[in-house]
Design a protein around this ligand. Structure first.
Ligand SMILES: [Zn+2]
Length: 132
């Protein structure tokens, strides 16, 4: 698998959606829908970068399909409320699912074991955050 090519495929897709990609060693991964910027920390290995980037694209897809309950409703809930936390977790799981569909569409091979490992670790972080 040519990971550089896979990465560029996703980058091109992001640009077509009107978003920008910033890769830097000092930033956190994430997506900002207002400024249309996807941020990716450059310290990950190539496979992780591809999976993380796909995940952020999953958030982009959820919002552009008006399916992101979290981003559409978050302003109507208090930050510590049950709805805010549960919708956030739902949003994260949804973004991972959309990411996998996008990978298939872009013909990017996914190693299931590695993917599930990253997915679980990411979701567990949010569950711990929600349980605080
Ligand atoms: Zn996410």
């Amino acid at each position: 698998m040519d990971q550089e090519k896979e990465f560029n495929k996703i980058h091109t897709w992001i640009v077509h959606k009107g978003y920008h990609l910033i890769v830097d060693s000092k930033i956190d991964n994430g997506i900002d829908h207002k400024s249309k910027i996807i941020s990716l920390n450059s310290r990950y290995n190539k496979t992780d970068k591809i999976y993380i980037l796909l995940h952020e694209c999953g958030h982009l897809l959820a919002l552009s399909n008006k399916k992101s309950k979290f981003f559409l409703l978050k302003d109507s809930f208090e930050e510590g409320s049950a709805s805010f936390k549960v919708f956030r977790i739902e949003e994260e799981i949804d973004a991972w699912n959309r990411a996998k569909v996008l990978a298939k569409r872009l013909n990017i091979p996914i190693e299931d074991d590695k993917w599930e490992e990253m997915f679980s670790a990411a979701i567990l972080k949010y569950i711990k955050w929600a349980a605080k």
